[in-house]
Design a protein around this ligand. Sequence first.
Ligand code: PLP
Length: 457
Amino acid sequence: MVPPADNSPDAAPTRAAGPDEAPDIWPLTAKDMDGELHVGSVPMTALAQACGTPLYVVDEADFRERARQWRESGADRVHYASKAFLCPEMVRWVGEERLHLDVCSVGELELAVAAGFDPAHIVLHGNNKLPAELSAAVAHGVGVVVVDCAEEIDRLAGYAADAGRVQDVYLRIAPGVAADTHDYMATGSDDVKFGFPVNGGFAERAVLTVSGIPSLRLTGIHSHLGSQILDPSGIRRAASRVAAFVRMLAERHSVRIHELDLGGGAGIAYVPGQQRLAPAEFVAALRAGVAEELDPASVRLAVEPGRSLIGTAGVTLYEVGVVKQGLERRFVSIDGGMSDALRPALYQASYTAWTANRRLTGRPVHSLVVGRHCESGDIVVPDIALPDDLAVGDLLAVPATGAYHHVMASNYNFQPRPAVVAVRDGQARLLVRRETPADLLLRDGAGAAIDLSGDLR
Ligand SMILES: *Cc1c(COP(=O)(O)O)cnc(C)c1O
């Protein structure tokens, strides 16, 4: 069975919609100036000329405005879920915006620390944290480790005890609520790989175990329902279940929990007609759910948005290389594809596109924007009505690509990964340089013999 698309697929093709028509999908500073797209007061044609395509463009002002909205959302603390988009400059922006940072690998952790982020404001996630990740977290003095499974409790307790530290932990629970999103983005039901299920008593027993370990201090309960959630009713239900669990802990075991970290997942608009779930609305739904079971003043509330902070800040630029009329649909081939935009292949995600270099006036034609990779599923925009005067050499901009694009990029077909540039107030700055074939060849092992008693890890 094909799972449902993550954002209400239309039977009809998506409309091509620029920033004037569908501002929710575009960066806040995006402007269509007589057919030429500008972001951060930088013309995208000049940027593509200077940096080449495909190119990831990030609107710094958009991110900072979303950060402000989350700071004022009513949550007591906001963690940026760094897996959505991460590079050293992003880490600095997150710090400047006074957000905390979630990481879920030692790589993300080391990057954040190297970029100067305060480890005390870092939270470590992961359903199978490697011993090296747990020990690095303790060594760096990471603020909170979110304990996800039984194996991890002992390992982490050991590292903390060895370091003579008491490590603050949250316990991740699965509240048994299905999210209204694509199956691959739902993480809160009983039957998922993440966290301890409440049903069956797993979460309760884990709390008691952690509470009895001197090198661990249980400071909060964590739950994350899923991603790209547009309807707040599910997160309200999940928050209520988590709060009921916390109330049970106090009543039955006298275990007091003062922090709830209720995850991220606030959805954004990808195609015309969709509306993002506003930060204040997301937090209000969580608070309403918590208030059903607990005195709201008795717990502090943390949230972990990723996509909602950086998704609409990003636009990807591509050059059209081939336009082929099929029997029913037109195929518009661009110079990137699933190696830089995996989400359509991974979750049947929908997007729109818009020409960035000139105004098109033709009749809309049912089109697929496809990549250069050797897969029929290599689709960047699955179904879109694009004007029939779109031609080879046009610059195509795909909006809402700030989250889960750069970080999911691969080298399939030995494709070097695109550069990332930030734009703001007429200035463009390089965040990540474009990969070169020489970069890829650096990993050539040349068939060197492996000493089986050595260490190539
Ligand atoms: C991915 C993830 C998030 C962020 O999800 P978004 O949909 O990007 O907001 C938050 N918390 C956890 C635990 C996650 O795995």
